[in-house]
Design a protein around this ligand. Sequence first.
Ligand SMILES: Nc1ncnc2c1ncn2[C@@H]1O[C@H](COP(=O)(O)OP(=O)(O)OP(=O)(O)O)[C@@H](O)[C@H]1O
Length: 305
Amino acid sequence: MTKPAPRLQAVADTPLAAPDAPAAISPARAFIGFDHVTVTYGRGESATTALAPTTLAIEKGDFVALVGPSGCGKSTLLKLVAELLKPTSGNIFVAGREVGAEPIRIGMAYQNATLLPWLNIRDNVMLPLKIVPPFRARYRSARKGEFRDRVDALLEQVGLAGFAEKYPWQLSGGMMQRANLSRALIHEPNLLLLDEPFGALDQFTREELWGVMQDLWMATKTTVLLVTHDLRESAFLANRICVMSARPGRIIEDRKVPFAHPRSIDQTYDADFVGLTQHLRSLIMEARAETGSGIVAPQHAPEGA
Ligand SMILES: Nc1ncnc2c1ncn2[C@@H]1O[C@H](COP(=O)(O)OP(=O)(O)OP(=O)(O)O)[C@@H](O)[C@H]1O
């Protein structure tokens, strides 16, 4: 079995280079860049510092997984990128500009599929095309047939062929998440933000959707930021994993995942793969132990183990 990588101590807001650390680039030149960003919620005695000074540079086309103890600031980081939250200090860059300077197309999917119950699946998935420029103008100029074909093609790609006319309540949880992912991707986002989108699914459905997500990412090469508690999921999908400390969160390790895509579920039981997830787990266990807080999802044991 491959030896787990050595534990790395981070002493500043920039993590020490892991053996497979991505090349260092300046946040201002990155596709997504965090430059000494902090977040404190509230004020005075009720203030909670969620994010300690964090510097991070994500390149276009990266699939980055954010893992760490519960409450360490992973979702906070996603909200900053989506401009749902402003940093308390520091600068955030998107596509080489200050966040918000030039809007980019963002797709989002969360743990609970937020499909509108009164729309069928096709109309749910079509929604961003009605709202987001430049598609909005084309939708108004009666290109609906073209968009309908586009939605149906994507539904087929995610395994929902024949379900376009169904309503969300007629689908299983896994099917709803397939539709949710389709809606997040239909408008060809430059950036996909995923906050535990597979967290509520059973293991087999989750693994199926990892395959769907991997295929979609390989086809589109959209930049993805995935928050997950499932370390196997992070190592299956991402080409880069950032591990965060307990709150106030900071990145304590930033490493490339050394396995070529496409990856198979069987591969996740290989010694190298298990070594990587064990290493991530030990980092998070140590981070949790520092504060006595946080929840780490158990690793899935190999079948028959
Ligand atoms: N609006 C808010 N007001 C006050 N505190 C908040 C707010 N949002 C988040 N927090 C706190 O900030 C910290 C980080 O929250 P965040 O949701 O980013 O963590 P997380 O790593 O995504 O957690 P989990 O893995 O459990 O989903 C937590 O302690 C949380 O309680």
